[in-house]
Design a protein around this ligand. Structure first.
Ligand code: ZN
Length: 262
C-alpha cells in the first residue's frame, strides 16, 4: 500500500531519508513551512517558501517522492513584519504544487498577536478555498484547543478545510463533531499514538477513521523516516482491515488536500 504523509519538514532531512521513505512506500507528502530559523522578517519566510517550492520538490521528485507544499506563519516564529508577509501569501498559494495554508497554530492562548495571526490565516484559507493545518502544542492543549475552536467559529470557514493537528482522542471527538479533520503525528517526544497501543479499538472507538490523518511530522527533532511505514505494518499485523488503512493513509489525505493521486 502506498502512503501519503500529510505533515513533514523535508528541508531539514537528508536525501537518504527521502529515498528510504520511498523504498518503504511513502509516495506523497506535504512539506509545510515551519520555524526552521528565527524567521525574523518576511524575507526569511519568502526565501523559505521559495526553497520548499523549488529545491525541495525537485529533491523529493528525484528520490521518487511526489511532494506538495504549504505556506504559513508558525506561531513560534512570528516575524516583526508579519502582516506585510500575510499580504504576500494569497498570491503564493495559487502556484502549482502549493496545496495548503500551514503550518499554522497557537502556542500561547493568551498571546494576542498569535491569535490575530492565526485568525488572519484561517480567513485566508477560507477566502482561497485551501485547507489549513493548525498545530496545537503539548502544554495546556485543552485551553489552546478551545481558543482555536472559537477562532474557527468566528471565521465561518467551511469545516472540511480545517485540520487540527496533534489531537488526543477526547479533543479529536470535539473536532470531528464540528466537522473538522483530526491529525495525529508521530513526533517522538510526545506522540499520542504509539504503535504498541494503536489497536483497532482505539482507531474505531476513540478516533474516527473517516476524519483522521496520521503524519510523521518529520523534522530535525525526530529521527526515524520510517515511522509511518512501520505504523502501517504494525496496524496490518494487528488486523486493521486494508480498506481502513487505505482510507487513513491515502484517501483521507487526498480528500483533505483536494488531490487526485491517480
Ligand atoms: Zn510540523
Amino acid at each position: 500500500m502506498h502512503i501519503f504523509d500529510t505533515h513533514l519538514h523535508v528541508d531539514v532531512r537528508s536525501y537518504n531519508d527521502l529515498e528510504a521513505m520511498v523504498l518503504a512506500n511513502v509516495r506523497w507528502a506535504v512539506a509545510l513551512s515551519h520555524d526552521v530559523f528565527k524567521m525574523s522578517s518576511k524575507e526569511v519566510y519568502l526565501d523559505h517558501y521559495d526553497r520548499l517550492l523549488r529545491l525541495e520538490r525537485e529533491r523529493a521528485e528525484k528520490a521518487g517522492l511526489k511532494l506538495f507544499v504549504g505556506f504559513g506563519v508558525h506561531p513560534g516564529a512570528i516575524p516583526h513584519d508579519v502582516f506585510e508577509l500575510l499580504d504576500y501569501i494569497p498570491e503564493l498559494l495559487s502556484q502549482d504544487g502549493v496545496v495548503a495554508v500551514g503550518e499554522t497554530g497557537l502556542i500561547d492562548p493568551n498571546d494576542k498577536l498569535q491569535r490575530e495571526v492565526l485568525k488572519a490565516q484561517v480567513e485566508m484559507a477560507r477566502d482561497c478555498g485551501k485547507p489549513i493545518l493548525i498545530s496545537t502544542p503539548y502544554d495546556h492543549k485543552k485551553r489552546v484547543f478551545n481558543r482555536v475552536m472559537k477562532i474557527l467559529e468566528e471565521t465561518d470557514i467551511p469545516p472540511q478545510l480545517v485540520l487540527i493537528d496533534h489531537l488526543d482522542p477526547n479533543l479529536s471527538k470535539e473536532a470531528v463533531d464540528a466537522g473538522y479533520w483530526t491529525g495525529v503525528s508521530l513526533w517522538p517526544p510526545y506522540p499520542f499514538v504509539q504503535p504498541e497501543n494503536l489497536t483497532p479499538a482505539l482507531l474505531f472507538e476513540e478516533y474516527d477513521p473517516d476524519h483522521l490523518v496520521i503524519s510523521s511530522d518529520l523534522s530535525s527533532f525526530s529521527n526515524d523516516p520510517l515511522v509511518l511505514p512501520k505504523l502501517v505494518l504494525y496496524m496490518e499485523r494487528k488486523g486493521v482491515p486494508p480498506a481502513v488503512l487505505e482510507k487513513i493513509f491515502r484517501l483521507n489525505p487526498a480528500k483533505l488536500y483536494k488531490l487526485n493521486l491517480a
